[in-house]
Each structure stands twice: as structure tokens, then as C-alpha cells.
Write a protein that binds this ligand. Structure first.
Ligand SMILES: [Zn+2]
Length: 97
């Protein structure tokens, strides 16, 4: 009665891997890209995709780098943070904490 989690390759966005533990991401070699890639938790990826289709009004979503978008998605899915916890500012200033 194990509960597996799905992780998706951030390079090709096609290959997924299943693991029996729950973490924010894995770093494994993707058999599809044939390179060592970051695999993100599918729940985080779903949140990311949802924001891509319907950007949150609280953030200047389109201006963010993909890594920042994933970071925010990850925090929203995997912690108690809400969009109000993120301050998106000009330049290279860090977002969230
Ligand atoms: Zn891949």
C-alpha cells in the first residue's frame, strides 16, 4: 500500500518518474533527455501550469523567470505560504524568503 509520487523532468517536460517518497524535486538522469536534470514534484508542476494558463493577479507572473515561477509554485503547494507572502520586486532581489 505504497503511495507513489510523480516527478516530471524540467528539461523535456515529458518524462516522469515515480518515487515512493514525497519531496519537492529529484535530480536524476532523464532517460528521455539523456542528461542529469531536475525533476519537479507533479503537484508543483500542476500549480505552475495552472498559473501559466491563468496568471495570479497578485503577481507580475509573466515577468518572472521559470525558476522563480517554479519556486513560488513549490512554496504554495508544499508549505502554508500564500501568494500574499511573495513580493515581486524589480531587479534581482530575492522573492519570498
Ligand atoms: Zn527529460
Amino acid at each position: 500500500m505504497s503511495r507513489t509520487r510523480t516527478y516530471r523532468c524540467l528539461n523535456c517536460l515529458e518524462h516522469t518518474a515515480s518515487r515512493e517518497f514525497d519531496t519537492s524535486h529529484l535530480s536524476v538522469t532523464c532517460p528521455n533527455c539523456d542528461s542529469f536534470e531536475r525533476f519537479v514534484n507533479e503537484a508543483v508542476f500542476r500549480q505552475f501550469r495552472a498559473f501559466e494558463e491563468s496568471p495570479p493577479v497578485e503577481l507580475d507572473w509573466e515577468r518572472l523567470e521559470r525558476t522563480e515561477k517554479l519556486f513560488i509554485s513549490e512554496r504554495l503547494v508544499r508549505s502554508t505560504k500564500t501568494l500574499d507572502d511573495f513580493d515581486v520586486v524589480e531587479g534581482d532581489a530575492p522573492i519570498g524568503e
